[in-house]
Design a protein around this ligand. Structure first.
Ligand SMILES: Nc1ncnc2c1ncn2[C@@H]1O[C@H](COP(=O)(O)OP(=O)(O)OP(=O)(O)O)[C@@H](O)[C@H]1O
Ligand SMILES: [Mg+2]
Length: 324
């Protein structure tokens, strides 16, 4: 049984007088101990997917009645707010896109760690202090004792990011969702934070969902990849197969829009056109309007997610045509 299984997730938000289907029948499976990447352009629904798992969607979000988010076999969508809070505290943790937004500027790093620790364990302040320092060491924050007494604004973005990771590890979660954990930091720190996440995955066996724009990060770190477009999965595969033979034109476009050494100084070629307006979804494949290989059928029928090879799935009529 996978640790996490999302079935037919649909999330709608009010948009003007109507509704926008932000997540559209998404299926995801994450095995115990796996590191899954979710990639896709801005607005494709990566963060909304993460918030759905966390039970942290804003109140106005509407989740489809047929949707299931099974964690260890239990449907999180059926839990009471209190039961969900307990799980979120203990078994599922998340590192957010913007580290500063989730640290309280008015409290020291130490106070925030200690308070979170003591909300989960009955330990003395002295013991909580000791554990907090140990956690900061574990996430390789230099001078942990000194940092404990500092406020978030006294730390760099990269240090705050480490504190966030320490905070997420307090309860020894089984699933860690890292939402673009390296967008706010420079390249060197980025590499260090990614190395840290890899260590957590390999040495502590924490299952990780890594949300990123960066296909380099995916190739480096993750075993499986889910490519999202307009709130749906367009391709899902082991990382090697995805890079060897991407089957969806959108995935191909993402790969071609990557900056590479050979292209330094040249302008990037992002995928042409804009993401669809989700409040006015067109019939057919959501990518058809931007797809260089679109066929007439793509504009009226939506392709289903189908296997194209062992352990490799895509939602594209082209792949169906080419399949043996
Ligand atoms: N609270 C909300 N109310 C209405 N629409 C929302 C809300 N939160 C997100 N959305 C919409 O949902 C869509 C997906 O947003 P989401 O934040 O999941 O994208 P993302 O893939 O994480 O993008 P990014 O890479 O920029 O972080 C966007 O069109 C966004 O405008
Ligand atoms: Mg996001």
């Amino acid at each position: 049984m996978p640790l996490l299984e999302i079935r037919d997730l649909t999330v709608r938000f009010a948009a003007g007088k109507g509704e926008a289907r932000i997540i559209d029948g998404l299926d995801v499976r994450v095995g115990q101990g796996e590191m899954l990447a979710i990639v896709g352009e801005s607005g494709s629904g990566k963060s909304v997917t993460a918030l759905s798992i966390m039970g942290l969607l804003p109140e106005q979000a509407r989740v489809g009645r047929e949707s299931r988010i099974l964690f260890d076999g239990v449907d999180l969508l059926t839990l009471s707010p209190a039961a969900m809070r307990a799980r979120r505290g203990k078994e599922i943790a998340m590192i957010f896109q913007d580290p500063m937004s989730s640290l309280d500027p008015c409290y020291t790093i130490g106070d925030q760690l200690i308070e979170t620790l003591r909300a989960h364990q009955r330990v003395s302040r002295a013991e909580a202090w000791r554990q907090a320092v140990a956690l900061l060491k574990q996430v390789r924050l230099a001078e942990p004792e000194r940092r404990m007494k500092q406020y978030p604004h006294q730390l760099s973005g990269g240090m705050c990011q480490r504190v966030m990771i320490a905070m997420a590890l307090i309860t020894h979660p089984r699933l860690l969702i890292a939402d673009e954990p390296t967008t706010a930091v420079d390249v060197t720190l980025q590499a260090q934070i990614l190395a840290l996440l890899r260590e957590l995955n390999q040495q502590m066996g924490i299952t990780i969902i890594m949300i990123t724009h960066d296909l380099g990060v995916v190739a480096e770190l993750c075993q499986r990849v889910l490519v999202m477009y307009a709130g749906g999965c367009v391709e899902y595969s082991g990382v090697e197969a995805l890079f060897r033979q991407p089957r969806h034109p959108y995935t191909l476009g993402l790969m071609n829009s990557r900056p590479t050494l050979a292209r330094i100084g040249q302008t990037l070629t992002p995928i042409e056109g804009n993401p669809p307006d989700l409040a006015r979804r067109q019939p057919g494949c959501q990518f058809a309007a931007r797809c260089p290989q679109a066929m007439p059928v793509c504009r009226h029928d939506a392709p289903a997610l189908n296997p194209v090879a062992d352990d490799h799935w895509t939602a594209c009529f082209l792949a169906e045509k080419k399949a043996p």
